[in-house]
Design a protein around this ligand. Sequence first.
Ligand SMILES: Cc1cc2nc3c(=O)[nH]c(=O)nc-3n(C[C@H](O)[C@H](O)[C@H](O)COP(=O)(O)OP(=O)(O)OC[C@H]3O[C@@H](n4cnc5c(N)ncnc54)[C@H](O)[C@@H]3O)c2cc1C
Length: 401
Amino acid sequence: MSAGERDVVVVGGGLLGLLVAEQLAQRHRSVEVLVSPRPDPRSDSQRNHSWLQSGLLYPDNEHARKMYSDGLEMLESFGYPPPTKGGVFRFSSEQEVKVFFDHANKIKLRGKVKEISDDEARTRLGVFYQRGCFHFEVPDAPFPEAALMELARARARAFGAQFRECYVTFERDERAANGYVVVAGGQRMAPTTTISCAGAGTPGLLRALNLAHPLTVSQSVLLVIDDATQIRVPLLADRTSGLTVVSWNRFDSPPRGRLVIGAAERRSLPPEAEDLDRRILPSEEAFLRSLLPPGLNVEKRMQRFTSGQKTDVLVDGRPTIAPWVYAPKEFPGLVFGTPGKATLAYAVAQRILSHIEQPSKPGGANPGEGSGEPPPGTLWHAPIRGHHEPEYDSPHKRRGR
Ligand SMILES: Cc1cc2nc3c(=O)[nH]c(=O)nc-3n(C[C@H](O)[C@H](O)[C@H](O)COP(=O)(O)OP(=O)(O)OC[C@H]3O[C@@H](n4cnc5c(N)ncnc54)[C@H](O)[C@@H]3O)c2cc1C
């Protein structure tokens, strides 16, 4: 297929891009997914906590209501059962517990939170236990995000979607049918439909078309420890300090054995740095260390600091977790999407699809087409790794576009 005849181009191979590509390919649209060159340090979906959010963390957020049900629906559509072991939320004041309960009521999860005794908390939290706190079991748990992405990509390919590694920019072009072109690997394309799922790269693509937008990008620091034995719950969220700990057990499937520890503090990124720079500032590292329990056994060789970027929507001047889908009038067929949370990606993918008409193009891919090896010339071969692979943190690999 020549560049001018492409039906749908999806920019970005994070969770959202893969879900959109899979859905479109199943609808027999001819899809090309443009993914940034590997390794893919900018994919938040490969660097986050993979935490099936219940929404209980976000009392003021209207989207909190849907995080859990949307997340479960996403798992179900890929044949994954809901997680059986819940995580623990910790509070240090009765006032915090009251806010938590009121919110749990509002989002209809009250029946799914259960107070646990101090003894049980001590046993389950290991070195992360803190005396004098209130502990609650919650439905939040890690989910197999990398495996789900792998499956979405495999299905998309089986239905004929093609993947290409290249960095993408957009340009206004009055000669093009829709008023813009997609520039990918030196090639200019004028697709009928372009869906941008570029995560933290989204503001840059919008800017290239002079489109005003409410997105902000910030960076959170994570500490990844190659030992998940120091805690016996899959997840701990300390609501007072903002500390979060997610444990992937080696004996789970897929095998995992890592603690990913994060802190609430975030750094806003200036526009020009928003999609690449991931250096950790000493102050951020020090802040995260200050939240860690003194008994945590962390040898230098089995730990590393990393970071993840987050795209939020400004509402009344405040960054807010919210799905954002935008189809600018001046560019027909162009849709931008960011889910705000991985948990919301499936629902956002559906919303994006509802923006696009569904004609099956003559010459579009048939089901099953492309189910073997990728066609010659397709550069995609990078596997979607388990999260927080050390190679994503290499400054050398980070530079290559
Ligand atoms: C520290 C942290 C922890 C988080 N934890 C959770 C959690 O536990 N649970 C949860 O539900 N959510 C969590 N989130 C949010 C969640 O990770 C994101 O909302 C979600 O991953 C976004 O998916 P995406 O596909 O939109 O973006 P991404 O996964 O970032 O994918 C975008 C892709 O587009 C590519 N790209 C960007 N620009 C270009 C370009 N110009 N050309 C080509 N490719 C490009 C990027 O390389 C990337 O691969 C967390 C976020 C952070 C920062």
